[in-house]
Design a protein around this ligand. Structure first.
Ligand SMILES: N[C@@H](CCC(=O)N[C@@H](CS)C(=O)NCC(=O)O)C(=O)O
Length: 211
């Protein structure tokens, strides 16, 4: 991988956790700029130059800047050779399934369910109180997570192919978030989440992200 410096902007949220977790799994050296959401730090002119969306996380790699947690973890995996892709993960169907998982987790679990609850329940003073929308989002999460229950492996397995990947990071971040909201997870999902949460990379990243 290129020797240019890696800098991660952002700590303290489930989206920033995705990036720190993968960096800890890959054992890549990096610097953290520990800014948080809604602290005023993301609206500073210096940060708006880096990310006009005023959101965290952001990755800087030399003079390359990247936002969006999923794009960042995909990029980080590709610049490191620590997690080799297995033959399924390299196949046409394997790549399509990768996109299927990522779209599902980011759209159905994150954006349409958990983030709606976050915005219109926890952050209602900013985004507006919308109890019907957040109740419906909670029911939708229950339905969506059950729709993939048969594909969630037991505690020792992985979601995509035969090895750990950024798909496990995306899913675990949503399951952690759901557990934090006391949502009703299936036994399978709870066991899978526990397996992921016990990884040394998860634990060191957790301590770093939620300092
Ligand atoms: N789709 C983006 C979402 C990023 C996002 O919404 N970040 C939140 C924290 S989890 C944020 O920066 N909020 C700051 C704010 O709204 O002021 C990603 O996955 O990176």
């Amino acid at each position: 991988m290129s020797s240019q410096q890696l800098i991660v902007w952002g700590v303290g949220t489930s989206r920033t956790m995705r990036v720190h977790w993968l960096l800890h799994e890959l054992a890549l050296p990096y610097e953290t700029r520990p800014i948080g959401p809604r602290t005023g730090e993301t609206t500073q002119p210096e940060y708006q130059q880096i990310n006009p969306k005023q959101k965290i996380p952001v990755l800087q790699h030399g003079d390359f800047t990247l936002s969006e947690s999923f794009a960042i973890v995909s990029y980080l995996r590709d610049i490191s050779d620590v997690l080799a892709y297995d033959s399924y993960q390299q196949s046409l169907q394997g790549r399509a399934t990768y996109l299927e998982w990522a779209s599902f987790i980011l759209m159905e679990l994150d954006a349409t369910s958990l983030y709606v609850m976050r915005r219109h329940r926890d952050l209602s003073e900013i985004y507006g109180d919308a109890p019907n929308a957040s109740d419906a989002a909670q029911k939708y999460f229950d339905k969506m997570i059950r729709s993939v229950d048969g594909k969630i492996p037991p505690s020792e397995g992985f979601l995509w192919g035969a090895s750990f990947s950024e798909i496990d990071i995306l899913m675990t971040s949503c399951l952690d978030w759901a557990m934090h909201y006391d949502l009703d997870l299936t036994e399978n999902a709870v066991a899978y989440k526990a397996g992921m949460n016990s990884r040394p990379g998860y634990q060191s990243a957790f301590a770093h992200n939620y300092r």
